[in-house]
Design a protein around this ligand. Sequence first.
Ligand code: H2B
Length: 106
Amino acid sequence: MTKLTDAQIAGMLEARPDWSETGGAIQRTFDFADFAEAMRFVDRVAEAAEAAQHHPDILIRYNKVTLTLSTHDAGGITEKDFALAAKVDEMRGPAPAAKGPRKKKM
Ligand code: H2B
């Protein structure tokens, strides 16, 4: 699997507006009601990762889960990363629009 070019990455990010490129990886943070809901999501991500044999770095911070995806073998971002990002987006749906008072930050 070959690394995508910067132009290809920019094009593919247009289809995944909640993801951003950070230092040779793509990243999205997901918000949940609480820790338990975040952990259920992580469990589903783990299943999708195993099925794809492609595994995101996962940062869990109470009700927030940050997934970071890169293709180590290729030394950058490939279509594999965007394929898993698409799968995960399907599981979660689009980022909820900001509405109402925000929960207190950690
Ligand atoms: N996950 C991620 N995110 N990047 C990789 O390059 C990668 C992986 N490589 N999971 C996989 C495993 C590879 O080591 C196995 C052999 O498929």
